[in-house]
Write a protein that binds this ligand. Structure first.
Ligand code: G6P
Length: 777
């Protein structure tokens, strides 16, 4: 490419993604032009829509040695190649990235090698990536750096361009500090990451491992997920402290696109063909992995081989298809693994294969998405047995492909996916070969009905929490991070937009400035922070609400306390709302209470039921399950002290019949039900949001030094159940009704975004008073 073309659509870009690999494979023509082909990685599909929308540039390596090219445009993105020499590929990519960091970060399942020359190359190459990103980013742009190959880039980039907002996402696990500290350059890596404003991880556990590493290896102060940088020096030099936030943002796939692909006639036909080509066995099992020692491929094949040997699985009627795509073939540990897997497969096939039937079909290739979708459809049992895995997107692809609601996912506990997918898969510890064998047998024999029950649940989750949501959430939180401002600069007057009345502004300012009093901000979730949607598993805070909540939580000091108060059960509330550390949680309309620990995990108070209440709950839950089993689209939600029949997705007539039957059961058991829209909720513990809020006020009053302090409450909610909370408020408190309808609340806002504007006002007024930086955006 020459001349004008090289300047691209812009000189500078508002969003720059920096990843080890470019999202295309390309080669340079002898005359200087570029030929490129999309490479179908997960990250491309994740970021493509955001990139195209935001005028993005992508900085990365082509995958080949010494391939130099000017930036070029492809698929609506600006692609900026970073050139790596043979020796840099050996030292930075194969060496430090994949023979040092990769095994270290995956629980040292293979032994990491530490070489100073590799580290030097890693530093040099990270510097090159940082310079390339700095050259592309517009003033104040957002730069999103990805993965373990580029952990020094955030700091190097901040040194070059302090004006940028920098996010980092680690796609692989972050190890416990006890392992991480093996790394001779551990401190430099932590400092490198702390150059970002937001450091994202797959799981809460990874984020807390990182925070522990910061505490152990640096002198920075941490409060929950927030690290405060340059505090002491900042005060003297007149610049304000900078805050870095760590958090969990589990990645996903483009589930809708994959679901649609798997529904096409071509893929459906191909799935049938695959089964026929395999000799129409009763059970097809499938493994799909990069050929990597973290994936537990040997453990899986060993368990399978033993089951054939024990006769618990019939070799003549069962087949395992193992797709193992080639990966990092110049790294010794990968060469050894290939050797071991191939010997094992050969041995099992030698022992159990017949003419025309192999026990294991081992395929050392990659396949296009269409073929993968057909394989998923053809597989009765999907085996994911990783010894450690950041997320494992294969598990999510399998679920997205199964719109027939059949198929069983056997899933290792050591994947990020297991943290997210909960009870739907058959979970295993892949080191426990006996347990894994039992799980495989359970999966192979599971009834169609049980498969459907589990798969439905999994699909709801995977389709709701897709990759677009992942990138939006990450970028939303990044953009809501406060900008560094000088404490000596005059504070801009807090501004309010979005339909907040003058009287509410006045009330919020009074809350923020009440001397000696703590402020408890109690917020309902559905309909208040998150717009109401048909599928309750799909509701999420609006980006503005998310930003306001995170900002309130990040305010320093103990004056302001945040609580989410919901009818959802606590676990469900925590999962949907992803509350920031330090938030109090009230679930099941007050029957459950809990707290988000600094590491992001949830501490839930046990719900104590009397034996009678437990028996009543079991009876009503069983009754509702029966109804759901006979009603297409209905399902039962189990809470610690209640059972809920949901009929939103059922045909109206069937929903009405199911509701009538539920009433009968409830009456027969002598219980009372709460009827909502397409919902019948039966609780065995009396609870309401007002009582819960009053209790919480007491808790906040007693926090700290043993005495008590006055607490003013701001409560916002949209529903009739929130009226209980409004009624528990008194003088000096602020009640905000969200949306229309009768209320006893003194203030009203139209929707979640208007509430977010009010919360932002409260945050600004509180921060302003304590001299903290205000949000820049
Ligand atoms: C993992 C890493 C990615 C990497 C991919 C493929 O998913 O998190 O950063 O790109 O593996 O590995 P490769 O070494 O071929 O890029």
């Amino acid at each position: 490419m020459t001349g004008k073309e090289q300047t691209g659509r812009h000189d500078r870009y508002d969003l720059v993604v920096v990843a080890n690999r470019l999202p295309v494979d390309f080669s340079v023509r002898p005359g200087g032009g570029v030929d490129w082909q999309r490479s179908p990685g997960g990250l491309v599909t994740a970021l493509e829509p955001v990139m195209q929308h935001a005028d993005g540039a992508w900085v990365g390596w082509s995958g080949a040695p010494d391939l130099a090219s000017d930036p070029f445009d492809a698929d609506g993105m600006r692609l900026v190649p970073v050139t790596l020499s043979e020796s840099e590929i050996e030292r930075y990519y194969e060496g430090f990235s994949n023979d040092t960091l990769w095994p270290l970060y995956h629980d040292v399942v293979s032994t990491p090698a530490y070489h100073r020359q590799w580290w030097d190359a890693y530093r040099r190459v990270n510097q090159r990536f940082a310079e390339a990103a700095a050259a592309q980013a517009a003033d104040g742009a957002v730069v999103w750096v990805h993965d373990y190959q580029l952990q020094l880039v955030p700091r190097l980039l901040r040194e070059l361009r302090p004006d940028l907002r920098i996010g980092f996402f680690d796609h692989i696990p972050f190890p416990p500090v006890e392992l991480f500290q093996q790394l001779p350059w551990r401190r430099q890596i932590v400092e490198g990451l702390l150059g970002a404003d937001l450091v994202g991880f797959q799981r809460g556990g990874d984020a807390s491992n990182f925070i522990r590493a910061v505490r152990r290896l640096t002198d920075y102060t941490t409060r929950g997920p927030i690290v405060t940088m340059d505090e002491g020096r900042g005060r003297q030099s007149g610049t304000a402290a900078r805050h870095v936030r760590a958090g969990a943002f589990p990645i996903s796939i483009d589930a809708t696109r994959f679901d649609a692909l798997a529904r096409t006639p071509e893929v459906q036909t191909r799935a049938k063909e695959i089964r026929a080509e395999l000799g129409d066995p009763d059970v097809v099992m499938l493994g799909v992995d990069r050929l990597d020692y973290t994936k537990g491929i040997r453990h899986r094949i060993k368990a399978y081989g033993e089951l054939l040997g024990d006769g618990r699985i019939d070799a003549a009627r069962t087949t395992l298809v193992q797709v193992a795509s080639p990966s990092r073939e110049n790294v010794g540990a990968y060469q050894e693994l290939r050797q071991q897997v191939e010997v094992l497969v050969g041995r099992i096939n030698g022992e159990f294969g017949e003419l025309g039937h192999s026990a294991i079909h081992y395929l050392h290739h990659s396949y296009p998405p269409e073929e993968m979708a057909a394989l998923y459809l053809a597989a009765d049992v999907m085996l994911v047995t990783s010894l450690r895995d950041g997320m494992n997107l294969v598990a999510k692809e399998y679920i997205a492909a199964r719109s027939d609601e059949q198929g069983v996912l056997v899933l290792s506990e050591f994947t990020g996916a297991a943290d997210e997918l909960g009870a739907g898969p058959v979970l295993i510890n892949p080191h426990d070969i006996e347990g894994t064998k039992d799980a495989i047998v359970t999966a192979a024999r599971m009834t169609a009905r049980e498969q459907r029950r589990r798969m439905r649940r999994l699909r709801r989750k995977v389709i709701a929490d897709d990759v677009a949501k992942w990138s939006h959430t990450f970028l939303g939180v990044l953009q809501a991070m406060p900008r560094r401002t000088s404490p000596h600069a005059p504070a801009p007057a807090p501004s309010v937009g979005g339909g907040v009345s003058a009287s509410l502004v006045h009330a919020l300012d009074a809350l923020a400035t009440a001397d000696g009093a703590a402020v408890l901000v109690g917020l309902d979730f559905d309909g208040t922070l998150a717009p109401l949607v048909d599928d309750p598993t799909a509701s999420a805070m609006t980006p503005a609400a998310r930003a306001a909540v995170d900002r309130l939580a990040a305010l320093p000091g103990t004056r302001l306390r945040l609580a989410l108060v919901s009818g959802r059960d606590l676990a469900d509330l925590a999962e949907r709302a992803r509350p920031p550390a330090g938030t109090y949680l009230v679930g099941s309309h007050g029957a459950e209470t809990g707290h988000v620990r600094p590491d992001g995990t949830i501490e839930a108070m046990p719900v104590d039921l009397t034996p009678e209440q437990s028996a009543a709950l079991a009876a009503v839950a069983a009754g509702l399950e029966d109804i759901a089993a006979q009603t297409e689209g209905a399902w039962v939600q189990h809470k610690p002290s209640a059972a809920v029949l949901h009929t939103r997705l059922a045909e109206p007539a069937a929903a009405a019949a199911a509701t009538a039957r539920a009433r009968e059961i409830v009456a027969r058991l002598g219980l009372e039900a709460m009827h909502g829209k397409d919902v019948v909720e039966v609780a065995v513990l009396a609870a309401d949001k007002g009582t819960a809020l009053a209790r919480l006020r007491d808790v906040v009053a007693r926090e700290g030094d043993g005495g008590t302090r006055p607490v003013h409450v701001l409560y916002a909610g949209d529903d009739t159940t929130d009226e209980h909370a409004f009624r528990a408020l008194g003088a000096g408190d602020v009640a905000v009704k969200v949306g229309e309808g009768a209320t006893t609340a003194a203030h009203r806002v139209a929707d979640a975004d208007a509430l977010a504007a009010a919360l932002a006002r409260l945050a600004d007024a509180t921060a302003w008073r304590s001299g903290e930086p205000l949000t820049g955006a």
